[in-house]
Design a protein around this ligand. Structure first.
Ligand code: SAM
Ligand code: SF4
Length: 328
């Protein structure tokens, strides 16, 4: 699949639920209304659609959400997708908040998952609860260490927020170094209405990187994971640190991904509203050829990039849907 701008589309992110057991302040409002279950694709439908993407050249699938590990029987989807590893699919992975990892870690490894991303914005128990509104840090840490014990490589994702967790990045680099995890810092993106004002929280990672260099030796590396992060080796810890900067640096030129929501809507860009609906096709019993044609037609509409920067000036969510819909 090559899009109109010559980019090979090899990476599919699948959001398997819009629900979550946390309510991170930058991601969700406190009183979210979730979708009725009948609107969700079944696990079989998600597998069938993923298989169509693999047929057309998708080599990497990331399961995300909402919180993917709160979806009932999600291990069955990992197993069916895992069985496709080696026949077109090269990597199956997951982004999770870690709360359910203790239960799922071994099953994920058994299904063929080898690397996972866990979101953790603070190591301070009180601050963690404040940020997630519902979370207890012990549960997430137990999950992370269960995943490590199961043999999964771990990358910690932290959203960088001005005046909130910016004093913790040194400690997080050290902690990740101690436990053998990579770390990735992410700029907040203006997606979905939340109770707080996001422009107050926005912290350019160019500033953070400058500050970190006072304590750590960040060495250039061409390590890539197929994602938008720019990585450095942290000489003192031997681990990597990545920076995802959708606001200060436009990474759209190398975009290789599309995003499928739990209702079967395909978004060709995280920061744009154009989409394609697959649930009606699936429920009408579409043939493989019909699914393939619909996917190709959607890829042909993939836009050049997002407009987060322009919209930030107007101080509003540039995309109405929450990150938990498209899965980040
Ligand atoms: N619940 C899982 C988790 O938290 O890892 C997976 C879904 S979550 C939407 C995926 C990632 O998006 C998380 O790392 C989260 O921190 C990030 N995220 C959510 N809202 C964001 C926003 N407005 N700006 C930047 N990152 C955001
Ligand atoms: Fe849930 Fe992840 Fe959003 Fe936090 S970032 S509310 S864990 S979906």
């Amino acid at each position: 699949m090559i899009d109109p701008f010559g980019r090979p589309i090899t990476y599919l992110r699948v959001s398997v639920t819009d629900r979550c057991d946390l309510r991170c302040v930058y991601c969700m409002a406190e009183d979210m209304t979730f979708l009725p279950k009948r609107e969700l694709l079944t696990l079989e439908e998600l597998d069938c659609l993923s298989a169509a993407f693999i047929r057309l050249g998708t080599t990497k699938i990331r399961i995300t959400g909402g919180e993917p590990l709160v979806r009932r029987d999600i291990n069955l989807l990992f197993r069916s997708l895992g069985a496709r590893l080696g026949s077109g699919l090269n990597e199956l992975t997951v982004t999770t908040n870690g709360t359910q990892l203790a239960k799922h870690a071994e099953g994920l490894y058994a299904a063929g998952v080898r690397r996972i991303n866990v979101s953790l914005d603070s190591l301070d128990p009180g601050r963690f609860t404040q940020l997630t509104r519902l979370g207890k840090i012990e549960q997430t840490l137990d999950g992370i260490f269960a995943a490590k014990a199961a043999g999964l490589a771990i990358k910690i994702n932290a959203v960088a927020m001005k005046g909130v967790n910016e004093d913790e990045f040194d400690a997080m680099i050290a902690w990740c170094g101690e436990h053998g995890f990579d770390l990735c810092l992410i700029e907040t993106m203006p997606m979905g209405e939340i109770s707080e004002d996001r422009s107050d929280q926005y912290l350019p990672l160019s500033i953070v990187r400058g500050r970190l260099r006072k304590t750590w030796t960040l060495e250039d590396t061409d390590y890539r994971t197929g994602g938008p992060a720019r990585y450095f080796d942290v000489k003192e810890t031997g681990r990597r640190i990545g920076f995802i900067t959708p606001m200060t640096h436009n990474f759209c030129e190398s975009c290789n991904r599309v995003r499928l929501t739990c209702t079967g809507t395909l978004y060709m860009c995280l920061g744009q509203d154009d989409s394609a609906e697959f649930r009606p096709l699936l429920r009408a019993g579409a043939s493989d050829a019909e699914l393939d044609d619909a996917i190709r037609a959607a890829i042909a509409r993939k836009p050049k990039g997002h407009d987060f920067i322009i919209d930030r000036r107007h101080d509003k969510a540039s995309v109405g849907r929450h990150m938990s819909v498209t899965g980040g």
